[in-house]
Design a protein around this ligand. Structure first.
Ligand SMILES: [Zn+2]
Length: 251
């Protein structure tokens, strides 16, 4: 056998061995852990009263009612969510609520004034213990960043989990750029409300199945900044009931 033929034989044998190896490694496909995890997230979303039809799969996260994000990797809050102003049943814990650090991504610094105004609205509720601070470096709890969310959606927020505030807010910056300052800061104030557990006050009229009332704060509220589906048309300051609900959840 000349050297070339020897090499060829070796390579051919090796190829057969590799082929047979990979064949024996064909085992039944296990359920993908990521899929199982996202199934649990769907079950959690449905347990909050959102119908399956309202849940949109968006890659690494789900979106509900256009502006609420559920990461497929989220920590599912323990226990059953208690099912007017409305909330998720999962709150920012007693330690975290006193200083929720908001980091403005470089993509959003052109709206620093709007973010500041939004933070001031929540911090202005004297009887509540929720306080936001804006940080520029180091650890943060919520990142606010720009993302193209298409037409009709001003922004998206995230509910709390594991005692932490929802960790992400996306703002459709180019889309809201032509809105008034008051409406731009409304979008951010509204999403911050989701990140501390508030739901859409008008949940019923926009098709949710059930929602958990904030104790002692029921009914509809046309003046609520937490009404959904009101991009560039909703209330720009927290209503009396928005404030009551925040105090009830975070006394
Ligand atoms: Zn919303």
């Amino acid at each position: 056998m000349n050297k070339n033929l020897k090499n060829f034989t070796f390579i051919a044998l090796a190829a057969i061995m590799i082929a047979s190896c990979s064949k024996t490694k064909e085992t039944p496909v296990n359920p993908d852990p990521q899929t199982q995890k996202s199934d649990k997230v769907i079950a959690y979303i449905e347990s909050l009263g959102f119908p399956a039809s309202a849940i949109v799969d968006n890659g690494d996260h789900y979106v509900v009612e256009e502006d609420i994000i559920f990461s497929k990797n989220m920590v599912i809050p323990a226990g059953q969510p208690k099912t007017e102003q409305f909330y998720t049943g999962s709150l920012v814990n007693a330690t975290n609520k006193r200083n929720i650090r908001v980091k403005v991504d470089p993509s959003m610094t052109s709206m620093n004034a709007e973010v500041t105004s939004a933070v001031n609205q929540w911090n202005g509720i004297a009887a509540s213990t929720v306080r936001f601070s804006i940080v520029t470096t180091g650890t943060y709890d919520i990142l606010i960043k720009d993302e193209n969310l298409g037409n009709g959606v001003c922004g998206q927020g995230t509910f709390p989990s594991g005692g932490a505030a929802g960790n992400l807010i996306k703002i459709n910056k180019a889309y809201i750029a032509a809105n008034s300052f008051a409406q731009r800061q409304r979008t951010i104030t509204h999403e911050l409300g989701h990140n501390i557990s508030l739901r859409h006050t008008n949940w019923s009229s926009i098709g949710e199945g059930t929602a958990t009332p904030v104790p002692g704060v029921g009914g509809t509220d046309a003046a609520s900044l937490m009404n959904g589906g009101q991009c560039n048309s909703g209330a720009t300051v927290l209503s009396a009931k928005d404030i009551q609900a925040t105090v009830a959840l975070y006394p």
